[in-house]
Design a binder for this molecule. Sequence first.
Ligand SMILES: NC(=O)c1ccc[n+]([C@@H]2O[C@H](COP(=O)([O-])OP(=O)(O)OC[C@H]3O[C@@H](n4cnc5c(N)ncnc54)[C@H](O)[C@@H]3O)[C@@H](O)[C@H]2O)c1
Length: 266
Amino acid sequence: MAASQTLFPGVALVTGAAGSGIGNATAHAFAEAGCTRIAITDINPTTLESTKKSVEEKFPKSQVFALAGDISSSEFVDNFIAQVVQKFSRLDYCVNCAGVLGPGKDSTTTSIEEFDRVNAVNYRGCWLTSRAQLKTMVDQEPLASHDGLRPAQRGAIVNIASQLGIVGRPNAAAYCASKAAVIGLTRSDAIDYSAHAIRVNCICPGVIETPFIMTREEDKQAILPFANIAPMKRMGQPYEVADAALFLCSTKASFVQGHAMTVDGG
Ligand SMILES: NC(=O)c1ccc[n+]([C@@H]2O[C@H](COP(=O)([O-])OP(=O)(O)OC[C@H]3O[C@@H](n4cnc5c(N)ncnc54)[C@H](O)[C@@H]3O)[C@@H](O)[C@H]2O)c1
């Protein structure tokens, strides 16, 4: 690497970073890859603090700024991004992982409140956070690419959608639609912000072994058969999604734009 010792000399931001899921793995992966300025958020303040502590203990060169809040609130999101920029002065790699599962019902038995909650976090929350990130990125100086050969990059955003944004599943209409919306949002933002040297991509994970699907017994039972549909016949691990997110954020993905990358064991 000629220009920089790390692929991530800039500032990383991860939403949904508490607990032991994809966001947590992504925050650790950025630090492991040499990123020294990492901002994280989640609605759960206790487990968010655990992520901060764990990253800083394992990777002492990395400084982690953590602020808990609800990404479906525009006030919280705008305040969080403002604080990150105040602390770290810019924003380069954003991985938007925060999400909730749907109620596990078909459309006629899903209440309006349940539908609104899923969309408020998965779709509106992703839009609010990526919108605030884009607003910051368009006004900052681009960073040189890792090899100096590719165009400089003003920022890269990776939204975590789902394989269920591409295909349907029983009793998951609200969730599937919220994730299809994230894919559509990603593709349109990729078009609008290409001229600003910002790349926007998303990842569509298959079945990943996280608290998201393993906490409620009914979710676990409903989702496990879907892991066996994929040729690799296993659940993915959070760090396998994190690796894909880091690739898409890095300038090694300099010509990857508006892509919905499935990470689902085939
Ligand atoms: N685990 C899977 O099989 C799977 C598959 C496809 C997509 N995904 C997506 O991956 C993303 C990460 O999920 P995960 O599997 O790591 O589970 P996870 O439960 O570990 O992560 C989701 C995080 O989002 C946080 N969150 C929920 N509502 C929030 C809100 N309003 N504001 C801020 N944070 C909030 C939760 O506290 C949690 O820490 C989600 O968007 C999910 O839809 C997961």
